[in-house]
Design a protein around this ligand. Sequence first.
Ligand SMILES: [Fe+2]
Length: 458
Amino acid sequence: MLRDAHGLEVTAANRAAVDSFDQTLISYLAFANDIGLRLKDTLTHDPDFALAHCFKGYLFLLMGAKALVPRAAKELALAQAQLARTTPRERLHVKALEAWCMLDLQGATNAWEAAARDHPLDVLAVKMLHYTHFYMGDSQNLRDSVGRVWPAWHDKLPAYGYMLSMRAFGLEETGDYDQALSLGSRAHDINPNDAWAVHAVAHVYEMRDQRPEGLAWLEQCMAGGGTQWHNFRYHLRWHQALVLHEMQHYDKVLALYDSAVFNPQSDEYLDLANDTSLLLRLEMAGINVGSRWESLAEKIKLRIDEHLLTFVDAHFMMPLATCAPDHANQFLASINAYMDTAEDTYAGVSQSVARDLCAAVRSYQAGQFDACVEALEPVRSLVHLIGGSHAQRDVFAEMLIEAAVRSGRLPLARSLLFERVSARPRNVRAWNRLAYVLRQLGDVDGAIRAAQGANGAV
Ligand SMILES: [Fe+2]
């Protein structure tokens, strides 16, 4: 029996295949742009490599496109054909892929949790858990799935630095910013090419509203253009744009959107989520984004019946509601029909929150601010169930505030903004918006204090 770089038993034909797969996983952990080439090399060394076929299936599903589900199922069949000679750990990966091909994220998660429990050095299982806990809105398990294997890891293991960056991000999403910053920085020191380390630290600065530090960090890490990374580099640029947005440098945000965030050739869901949420944030700040919605709407019109991740569909609604209202209506009808008939993870989250969230987005972009508040306010505490990060979901928090302001529900807007500045006392735009709302309510002293808050005096 062969063993991988972390000492785990692997069913493969030869040493070269195992070594190549180790390299493939390191590329995956780093978000490197050579994952596909390395995996191809692995399967050339051993076309019957069950775990490599599982991983290839994962990659297809990670793309978040319905058209790729059959290709993942094909990889599943190739892995299943080798099942009799695989190890119990590998069989858990096959089981995870089987569940995921059925769009059962919880079933896949259970299988990876079992693999990580029995084999704490199974970095692939831990990384996949990072994905599912993230997209099931479970930040506690995003952190603790790493914690449950952490004592087995040490700095002599090849993927140790990448484990550090995963631990850092889980800590960030659960509000332990000091620890997250420390571990994320260490991870970056160990592997400067670890995009997840860059990302974890960027999130800390974002949540703390440390704008100059966040901008300097991202500019430093992206100095070479980030071309060693795959499309995730666009998400790092999105973070850079978010900082500029908080600084109210809207011309720079638009310039960065055009030059480094928006990729006309890309249909990847994360790219589309970056693009749509940035445009909506700009519009909410009163910035005219011109015709930029239209090319996004054209891409999304073709995908209104996919329903893989509620997080994605909430973003897909933005351009449709802006410039393709008929498609927006069809999209909502499709979500309704899906959640009434399917029994997968997407359907469950749609029933509890995502359907209302998509309806709220449609109303907001249609200028129906009352209807937006009516749909979103009752479910606002459940929005985390759609997954994504705090920073990503923040666009919906801002949307509710703006809908409250624009529908004249000023006490609600005040309450939401009080909450926001309490949680993020250095958030200049929130203080400014609060000052505006308090002036509208006739609270002159409160408005003056809020304006002082924007200047860092509160
Ligand atoms: Fe992010």
